[in-house]
Design a protein around this ligand. Sequence first.
Ligand SMILES: NC(=O)c1ccc[n+]([C@@H]2O[C@H](COP(=O)([O-])OP(=O)(O)OC[C@H]3O[C@@H](n4cnc5c(N)ncnc54)[C@H](OP(=O)(O)O)[C@@H]3O)[C@@H](O)[C@H]2O)c1
Length: 264
Amino acid sequence: MDLRGAVVLITGASSGIGAASARAFARAGATVALVARDAGRLRALAGELGRSGGAAHAFPADLSAPEAVEAMAAEVRDSLGVPDVIVNNAGAGRWLFVDETTPRDFHAMTAVPYLAAGYVTTAFAADMVERGSGRIVVVNSPVSRAVWPGAFGYAAARWGLRGLVAALRLDLRGTGVGVTEVVPGKVSSEYFANNPGSEERVPGISAVVPTVTPDRVARALVAGVARDRRRVMLPPTLRAVAAQAWLAPRATDLLMSLTGARRP
Ligand SMILES: NC(=O)c1ccc[n+]([C@@H]2O[C@H](COP(=O)([O-])OP(=O)(O)OC[C@H]3O[C@@H](n4cnc5c(N)ncnc54)[C@H](OP(=O)(O)O)[C@@H]3O)[C@@H](O)[C@H]2O)c1
């Protein structure tokens, strides 16, 4: 896809992977629609991108509420038209064992990213299919390939995203709208500060996968969209872990269990 002049909507654009992706898409000549709850950070980023010659607009919204997503989508459609690219990246969720998780926690953990990705995608899918072009990106986590203990709602939501990607691929086949799943390993973003108690539960075995920066993920994501790639997984060692999980699921469960978090 030629990104010059393309309209790219990015959720979770106020920090981390989303903000870095907004900068990378703007550098590639796209007009970016920035979505997250923190209006101040979105406007500051839109200003920064504007000053460096890019085109960016802030659309603050809480993506856990379908009505807020519909209102945001209407605003984006009115001011920029139907996006050429949607990057479903907004996500949160503390890592808790199932017996530490309340129903309310579980709702919050699955609302963003899983339900939010479904809300944002369905808000624009009919228009994209009618136009016959576009790309839907989903940012997922390694836990969607190999589950680790002590992250019940987080893991369930990311497996939900993996299912969303699989269903999207078949529904959109032959429509001209493509799907890209981006799976980074551990990223040096604000995620772990925003979701306290999670970093301590990263399984020991994940030390074989080096941490990547939000900028590196963003560059890979933008290149994946430009080249119409189905999947982007980084760093390369994560691909080996995913292959092992696919070939030997029980051995992978055992490894995660032995090197993962213990119930407090
Ligand atoms: N960090 C990692 O190690 C890692 C690894 C693999 C995958 N990922 C995934 O990558 C995605 C982005 O994470 P990140 O590392 O960039 O973390 P981050 O810096 O914490 O960014 C999360 C983004 O999601 C937005 N968000 C959260 N709840 C929202 C809501 N209810 N409505 C709208 N926006 C909401 C936040 O903005 P507001 O607070 O302004 O709403 C923020 O922009 C997540 O889905 C995460 O699971 C992260």
